[in-house]
Design a protein around this ligand. Structure first.
Ligand code: ADP
Ligand code: ZN
Length: 562
């Protein structure tokens, strides 16, 4: 069935699609011809021979004449009638019996056979191939990763075990290798030993098997995406260098953005002592104030390094007004975050988050909230087969009745995390309608749907593919980096030697690269210096923690090479 669908799909792509249009046009022409002949037949029969026939009889006579069947049950008996019959029969031979089959063969059958014969899958790479990234398992995440690799001009090869998928990807312009990923001989042909990195994105057992096979051959680094959390350890044992629990990370991102609990609840990641955290402006007394009026720096020592609002990330300045709908991204130490918590005051009991969808991502979000602890209610169509920790309300979330019964009116936050984007869009719209002030965080399974989710009323959208691809990309670059959003990274670099002895203003890091310094790490001091003022002296042995887009990051590498 799958192969039939794949073969049929051939007719809906590229040149075959054009030809299909031509065929439809031709058939329309034939239809008009037949209808015209039928009408003429009735007219001539009545005029020449005084006989009256129905429309259906006319159609029948025309088709029988054009296909040269000629039953002879309805015939003309006059000379002009014979002439008309001859014309109809000859045009039938030309248009139906010669041109139609000829067109079918030359426009469809021949290209299809040619394509089948021409496609010779690549099963091994040339000897000199090296420094390539091998991608096992192609989906939305690895597709997004390939775009990043293309931008950075890193050669990559997609490995497929499915012939039809290989054909499709090759038609899209990817370099594809066809073979069994756990066959050592095939892996040697894929030049794993010379590869820069291996991305294992198959099922957990297949990834394990792949890691073991690769490790029996070479030490090339392997990054794998883990399906089930408990399998991470096994994958590492099998030889994976990184086992990335993407679903747990996504669950955590969704959860931190859905609650208005204090700052410590939102630590995204840390570089040594420096923590990067998020806090909704709404949870603080600063809503409506400008950054200068809020005096967050003076009160806590924390720096606001970014503002997130409806999918947009901006770097604020003193005059930026803090909208209650925004999230502040903060940099500072744990103690400074605690100081902020003293200012904002922990909101106790009145937070409630609804989670729609108890798949692995929904479950990870629930576990995260559980540890805070933030009260939540899970809703799913069916009981989860994998989870013993949570009890979900069983019901279809698309029914407003279920949402109301679960308390959407009182809820402060909502996480929409089913595996179907149309349902996620629908649920976002319906929930926004039922509770206009609720904070909605939605998951986009496909990047194309991010905008629709925002349009439906989501406050934050997390795209599986973007997050996954950015994490993998950071792993490939071997750099420590925190993913904030598509296009914004926080990253660490040693102080370039030629900047030693200059002040930050003299270093011209921001004008030259666009990156901003979030913090300075000093060898002798425990505390990183958060958002240092421009007159700060850059000293030998310091570490820089910067924020910027991938291009700005590249500018930094280009301008300040070791
Ligand atoms: P993941 O593991 O990536 O989170 P899953 O497919 O396991 O993805 O999870 C999606 C969950 O969403 C499933 O448990 C499914 O039952 C649930 N779901 C899908 N549609 C609805 C709906 N209309 N109402 C409630 N739950 C739904
Ligand atoms: Zn669970």
């Amino acid at each position: 069935m799958k192969t039939l669908a794949a073969e049929l799909a051939f007719f809906l792509r590229g040149q075959a699609r054009q030809n299909l249009k031509l065929l439809i046009l031709y058939c329309t022409f034939l239809l008009i011809l037949v209808l015209t002949y039928s009408a003429l037949f009735r007219f001539l029969m009545w005029q020449l021979e005084g006989r009256e026939y129905s429309f259906l009889a006319g159609l029948y006579w025309t088709v029988v004449a054009m296909t040269t069947l000629g039953y002879g049950d309805i015939t003309f008996t006059t000379e002009p009638g014979y002439l008309f019959s001859t014309i109809v029969t000859i045009s039938g031979v030309i248009f139906m019996l010669i041109l139609l089959p000829f067109g079918m063969i030359s426009l469809f059958l021949a290209p299809w056979i040619e394509q089948r014969l021409r496609y010779r899958p690549t099963v091994a790479l040339p000897e000199e191939t090296r420094d390539h990234v091998l991608i096992f398992g192609f989906d939305a995440v690895t597709r997004a990763l390939t775009r990043k690799l293309q931008n950075r001009q890193i050669p990559f090869i997609v490995v497929c075990s499915d012939h039809a998928q290989a054909v499709r990807l090759e038609e899209e312009g990817f370099r594809v290798l066809l073979g069994i990923p756990t066959d050592a001989q095939f892996l040697k042909g894929a030049r794993v030993q010379a590869a820069r990195h291996i991305i294992a994105n198959l099922s957990d057992p297949e990834n394990t098997n792949l890691c073991l096979t690769v490790r029996s051959l070479c030490e090339t680094p392997i990054a794998t995406l883990v399906g089930q959390l408990e399998h991470g350890e096994l994958l590492r044992l099998a030889g994976a260098n990184q086992a990335i629990a993407l679903k747990r990370i996504l669950g955590r991102y969704l959860a931190t953005r859905a609650t208005t609990r204090g700052a410590l609840a939102h630590v995204l990641d840390s570089f040594g002592r420096l923590q990067i955290a998020e806090i909704p402006v709404q949870a603080t007394p600063f809503a409506g104030q400008t950054l200068a009026e809020a005096r967050i720096r003076q009160r806590t020592g924390l720096a606001v390094i970014g503002l997130w609002e409806r999918g947009r990330f901006t770097t604020p300045d003193a005059a930026t007004r803090l909208s209650p709908k925004a999230l502040m991204v903060l940099a500072g130490t744990r103690e400074q975050l605690e100081a902020l918590e003293m200012v904002t005051g922990e909101e106790e009991s009145d937070d409630l988050v609804l989670i729609l969808g108890h798949g692995r991502i929904g479950c990870a979000a629930a576990s995260f909230l559980d540890r805070r602890p933030v009260p939540f209610i899970l809703i799913d169509k069916q009981p989860s087969p994998d989870c013993l920790d949570h009890v979900a309300v069983i019901g279809d979330a698309t029914s407003p009745h279920v949402l109301r019964e679960s308390g959407i009116d009182q809820a402060k936050g909502l996480i929409v995390t089913t595996n179907d984007d149309s349902i996620n869009i629908f649920l976002t719209l319906a929930s926004r309608h039922l509770n206009p002030s609720i904070r909605i965080v939605a998951r986009a399974n496909r990047e194309e749907n991010v905008d629709q989710l925002y349009a439906a009323g989501a406050d934050f959208v997390i795209s599986n593919a973007s997050v996954g691809a950015s994490i993998l990309n950071n792993v490939l670059e071997g750099k420590e980096s925190i993913f904030l959003t598509e296009g914004i990274n926080v990253f660490r670099r040693p102080l370039p030697p030629n900047l030693v002895g200059q002040t930050i203003a003299e270093s011209r890091i921001r004008p030259l690269t666009g990156c901003s310094i979030v913090a300075l790490e000093r060898e002798d001091a425990e505390e990183p210096l958060v958002v240092p003022p421009p007159e700060t002296l850059l000293e030998k042995g310091m570490g820089l923690i910067l924020i910027g887009s991938p291009e700005q990051e590249e500018n930094f590498s280009r301008n300040f090479r070791g």
